[in-house]
Design a protein around this ligand. Structure first.
Ligand code: GDP
Ligand code: IMO
Ligand code: MG
Length: 429
């Protein structure tokens, strides 16, 4: 009856897709609960590589996959992603895929606004994925959103469009843009409506029924805790709550549904987009991590910034998200380093800190305090058991557990599905 909630423990791209795919062989339902197609989750199965942004990663194995109400949904993107996956041989039907009727839609002018704002700010820009995520969430809490269920009532949209366009036309005028083309918008929605409606369901009901029947639910988070709009490096964050606590509200289940909270954590740190990053490496080691780890964004192709493992940040992520155990990924990328640094604290204005300060200028000013541990020369790539790991790699993992005050449940040693070491089964808890 155990459920598992997977979340990113750093700034995203920790390897959530691989781990969700691996775990989904034992799940009955996989549910996305926040974010949108700003996510980019990579699954490697033999020769096939699947890149998912909006679809839950369980779909590749054919596990019932649902998009919860907490997700913002670009209907045209959805269609394109479903067609791409079908082209790779993945079956996607209303039997194995459902979308909450209450999901707010990402519309073309959300994307425009995202880009207009980023371009206008220049230096202080957030470095968003420019996919309209932030503006769509703003309209949701502003009570102006068009939602999936509205696609069945397109003849009855006038009042909603008045409210939505009054807001956006004023914003657009400020950027020197013309008003929203309402006719075109409705025509474009008409074109995609049937495709989306085929999958639209009361997902909260599906999930509550699954729970009542003792089915295992796997919640798939997107982004990472440090990008959470409340707990992350604000304002350099995404526009949703990425912590495990969102799983319930973003799907329509009670908070006790979350089950085992599995934080996915990379054995070093990466970040894409702007914002503070205390352990960032601008040197040859940072370059090496980027090359060995293929650290290029799945969504935008941008080079990811790389640095040492920051135990202070991960300890904080685990605390605010109630992480039960972590999956430590990309251990193999550290192979061949003589020494490895772990950040254990910060220095700020002559003081020592054991947590990340709240203000962004303090976040940018902290200096990491490092502990240096021994590296390993042997390869860990493809290891599937603890016994295949060199002693210093095991020591590194044990030290991380101590510093973050959270045990390791899984270790990942390559992009491939089966190259995973199971230490403690999250579903067995
Ligand atoms: P996500 O957004 O958290 O799902 O992560 P991404 O898919 O954006 O980025 C993780 C990248 O690392 C992908 O290219 C994965 O195929 C790859 N990856 C996942 N786990 C491992 C691992 O243990 N070792 C290596 N070398 N690559 C991994
Ligand atoms: P996955 O699920 C890494 C980052 C963007 C930017 C900030 C805000 O693959 O881990 P947004 O478009 O959300 O308004 O951008 O958040 N970002 C991610 N970084 N992985 C992601 O998703 C991300 N989704 C958003 O780069 O800094
Ligand atoms: Mg990603």
């Amino acid at each position: 009856m155990a459920n598992v909630t997977v979340i990113g423990g750093q700034w995203g791209d920790e390897g959530k897709g691989k781990i969700v795919d691996w775990l989904s062989s034992r799940a009955d339902v996989v549910a996305r609960f926040q974010g949108g197609h700003n996510a980019g989750h990579t699954l490697v199965v033999g020769e096939q590589v699947y890149k998912l942004s909006l679809l839950p990663s369980g779909i590749v194995r054919g596990t019932l996959s649902v998009i919860g109400n907490g997700v913002v949904l670009d209907p045209w993107w959805l269609k394109q992603e479903v067609e791409k996956l079908r082209g790779q041989g993945v079956s996607i039907t209303p039997e194995n895929f459902q979308i909450a009727e209450t999901c707010p839609l990402i519309l073309p002018f959300h994307r425009d606004l995202d880009a207009l704002r980023e371009d206008a700010i220049g230096l202080g820009k957030i470095g968003t994925t420019r996919r309209g995520i932030g503006p769509a969430y703003e309209d949701k809490v502003g009570r102006r959103a068009i939602r999936v269920c509205d696609l069945a009532h397109l003849d009855d949209l006038e009042l909603q469009l008045d409210r939505l366009c009054a807001h956006h036309d004023a914003l657009r005028a400020g950027f020197g843009e013309g008003p929203v083309d309402r006719e075109r918008l409705v025509a474009d929605l008409r074109e995609v409506a049937d495709f989306v409606l085929e999958f639209a369901r009361p997902v909260w009901m599906t999930l509550n029924e699954a729970r009542a029947r003792g089915r295992r639910i796997l919640f798939e988070g997107a982004q990472g805790v440090l990008l959470d709009v409340d707990h992350g490096t604000y304002p350099y964050v995404t526009s949703s709550n990425t912590i495990a606590g969102t799983a319930a509200g973003g799907t329509g289940l009670g908070p006790s549904a979350a089950g085992f909270v599995l934080g996915i954590v990379k054995a070093y740190t990466t970040r894409v987009g702007s914002g503070p990053f205390p352990t960032e490496l601008d040197d040859a080691i940072g370059q090496r991590l980027g090359e060995r780890g293929h650290e290029f964004g799945t969504v935008t192709g941008r080079k990811r910034r790389c640095g040492w493992f920051d135990a202070v940040l991960v300890r904080q992520s685990c605390a605010v998200s109630g992480v039960t155990g972590i999956a430590l990924t990309k251990l193999d990328v550290l192979d061949g380093l003589d020494e490895i640094n772990i950040c254990t604290g910060y220095r700020l204005n002559g003081k020592t800190l054991d947590h990340f300060p709240a203000h962004s200028s303090d976040q940018a000013a902290v200096e990491p305090i490092y502990e240096t541990v021994e590296g390993w020369s042997q390869s860990t790539a493809g290891a599937r058991s603890w016994a295949q790991l060199p002693a210093s790699a095991i020591k590194y993992i044990r030290r991380i557990e101590e510093l973050i005050r959270c045990p390791v449940a899984l270790v990942s040693t390559s992009p491939e599905r089966e190259d995973t070491i199971l230490v403690r089964d999250p579903f067995a808890d």
